[in-house]
Write a protein that binds this ligand. Structure first.
Ligand SMILES: Cc1cc2nc3c(=O)[nH]c(=O)nc-3n(C[C@H](O)[C@H](O)[C@H](O)COP(=O)(O)OP(=O)(O)OC[C@H]3O[C@@H](n4cnc5c(N)ncnc54)[C@H](O)[C@@H]3O)c2cc1C
Ligand code: SF4
Length: 585
């Protein structure tokens, strides 16, 4: 990979802010169209293989993989009882991490909460400020949305329909599948469209038992659709195929890059085109505006290490800093011509914020597997996905929209969910006997996109670089809580029907934000009065400004968003390049 020098004196065709799934995809598509692109990333370029150390054994790590004692990772109770910014009462911790940062392998990947505060209602905001963003540690579940999502309002009357249909995005899902690789099995479900799959992983015994039992209920359990290449990608020399080492569960990332991450999947290949310049440690604080035309003229950023301020010019500005950070940047970019913030003549920037509610779930024990020889289940990048079954053909009386379950079973290096007590040899024997018999699953449900759920800028609190922090005004709402009740009941009912002995039923709804699937702060739409972007993620107000991350989502669906973020971004960047060539931007 060649890394051209960043030249701040020149005017780039496009500047992209953020290097995660969205920014990486924008870099890939725009450079392949021949545009000269500058990619600005707030975080460091980490030696990611040394951070993740996928093959390290627990006993070779000073803390068995946990955070060093001087650091603290926020717990469920701390998010719930304390008020953000989360720091008060935790002064003894030198570094404060989100709940995801509870690992020696992730400590440099997720942000220090004190340097990056936020305020308002409780929210577990997980951020990864480094090259590749959250894709370095994502859970890899790569699902498509369908017209049950894009046209949800037409089905149940709530919210807005997207300005696109599945047929508009389907060719771009295909491109993402082929360029990045995805494992799975075709199921022909209209509400969970199939991808172009590489070789799937296998379900294990308890998972097959559950699948067969669910078939009788008309529900579909399928192999985890992992954004992981099982057969390799001939066009990408930076990635390897999956060797099934199981480290992605334990470490949260893959150091041979079989699991998709933005640097090896998108950015390094784009750099080889020599059309991409990259500057890390560049914290963008504002999109600059040409006072004559009102169009974006570039961005201002701070070097996170030297604290020096810089400006760079570009003909097009592409925001891809993640749903909440992109909204923050739009709100920060106030000017005489855009007094409410950039692209915000509708007043919808920061609003219609949505995500997934999670928490309810179950753990069971397949009694016929107790005492059976250990099997190699650890070496899989995921277990199973149980597709949405609510509000498809029938109408649930208590809530609209739906939820799916992620789950898994089998032997692990660290048996999870075990309900075994005691100590010494007899305890170890019990763990060994039972470990392959446990099976668990937890739900992810759609939180409705409501105008009154929003973020704005805190008038007082600023981050380490003096930039106003985000303030949350957000809760799951009644529909979400009624759905969570149903998740708990159906989870239990399905495990009982499969003949599993119940070990735990989890009733607790986790703190807002826990799903790490934040979406919808600059939604797309046909009407500039009620939406921020058009169907190509182009600002209605500022035609050379695009926002290509999850901000554009009109609703959250219940399917995980990253594959859709990238398919939408690819489509929008094809449009952008075409308009640029025609001189329309
Ligand atoms: C533990 C975990 C598990 C997950 N599991 C799944 C899953 O199974 N399936 C799924 O679909 N999704 C999953 N996700 C979510 C997924 O990672 C995100 O949807 C995806 O990364 C979003 O891409 P993005 O580019 O919008 O944001 P990010 O990946 O967060 O990238 C944004 C980048 O912008 C940079 N940035 C922010 N502000 C600025 C600024 N002011 N200036 C310059 N740069 C800036 C950030 O540093 C970051 O690198 C998971 C996430 C986590 C953390
Ligand atoms: S199981 Fe596959 S994707 Fe996961 S860390 Fe191992 S090689 Fe990477």
């Amino acid at each position: 990979m060649t890394e051209p020098e960043t030249d701040l004196t020149k005017t780039y065709d496009a500047v992209i802010i953020g290097s995660g799934a969205a920014g990486g995809m924008a870099a890939h598509v725009l450079t392949s169209h021949g545009l000269q692109v500058l990619l600005l990333e707030a975080g460091k370029k980490l030696p990611i293989e040394q951070e993740l150390r996928s093959m390290e054994w627990p006993y070779d790590n000073a803390h068995r993989g946990s955070l060093p004692p001087e650091s603290h990772s926020l717990t469920f109770n701390e998010y719930t009882i304390r008020k953000p910014p989360y720091g008060a009462g935790l002064e003894n911790a030198q570094h404060l991490r989100s709940y995801v940062g509870n690992s020696d392998y992730l400590k440099n990947i997720v942000v220090d909460e004190r340097e990056n505060p936020y305020t308002g209602t409780n929210y577990a905001w997980v951020r990864a400020r480094c090259l590749g963003g959250k894709t370095n540690i994502w859970g890899r579940l790569a699902l498509r949305l369908s017209d049950y999502d894009f046209k949800a309002k037409s089905r149940d009357g709530f919210g807005e329909d997207w300005p696109i249909s599945y047929s508009d995005i389907e060719p771009y899902y295909d491109k993402v599948d082929l360029y990045l690789g995805i494992m799975g099995v075709k199921e022909n479900l209209p509400h969970l469209p199939d991808s172009i799959f590489q070789r799937p992983q296998k379900l294990n015994c308890a998972e097959v038992t559950l699948k067969q039992s669910l078939q009788k209920m008309g529900r579909v359990l399928t192999q985890y659709r992992a954004g992981v290449t099982s057969e390799g990608l001939k066009h990408n020399k930076y990635r390897s195929r999956c060797y099934g080492r199981g480290a992605c569960e334990r470490k949260g990332g893959c150091d041979i890059h079989a699991a998709f991450d933005s640097p090896t999947g998108l950015i390094y290949p784009a750099m080889d085109s020599a059309n991409l310049s990259l500057r890390t440690n560049a914290v963008v604080r504002e999109v600059t505006i040409d006072p004559q035309t009102g169009k974006a003229s570039g961005v201002r950023f701070i070097d996170s290490q030297t604290m020096k301020d810089y400006t760079v010019r570009a003909k097009i500005v592409v925001l891809a800093a993640s749903t909440l950070e992109s909204a923050r940047l739009l709100l920060l970019s106030k000017s005489r011509l855009h007094p409410n913030g950039l692209a915000n003549s509708s007043g919808h920037v920061g609003h219609n914020f949505c995500e997934h509610i999670m928490g309810p779930g179950v753990t069971g024990r397949a009694k016929d597997l107790v005492g059976k020889p250990a099997t190699l289940d650890d070496g899989r990048p995921g277990g199973f996905y149980l597709a949405r079954f609510r509000n498809l053909s029938e109408k649930h009386p208590k809530f609209i929209r739906g939820y799916g379950f992620e789950g898994g079973s089998g032997c692990r290096m660290f048996p999870s969910g075990a309900d075994v007590h005691g100590f010494g040899a007899s305890f170890k024997e019990e763990v060994r006997k039972n470990q392959g018999a446990y099976i668990s699953m937890g739900a992810f449900g759609e939180v409705l996109a409501r105008y009154e759920n929003f973020v704005d800028l805190d008038p007082v609190v600023k981050d380490k670089w003096g930039i106003p922090a985000l303030r949350f005004h957000y809760n799951f709402g009644d529909n979400g809580h009624r759905m969570a009740e149903d998740m708990k009941e159906t989870a239990q009912e399905m495990f009982e029907a499969a003949g599993f002995e119940m070990v735990h039923v989890r009733n607790r709804v986790l703190t807002e934000g826990w799903s790490i699937h934040e979406l919808g702060t600059a939604r797309m739409g046909n009407d500039p009065k009620t939406s921020v972007l058009n169907q190509f993620q182009q600002s209605h107000d500022v035609k050379n400004l695009f926002v290509v991350d999850g901000s554009a989502f009109v609703n959250a669906s219940c399917q995980n968003p990253t594959w859709t973020i990238m398919a939408l971004c690819w489509r929008s960047c094809d449009f952008l390049a075409d308009e640029f060539r025609k001189g329309n931007l």
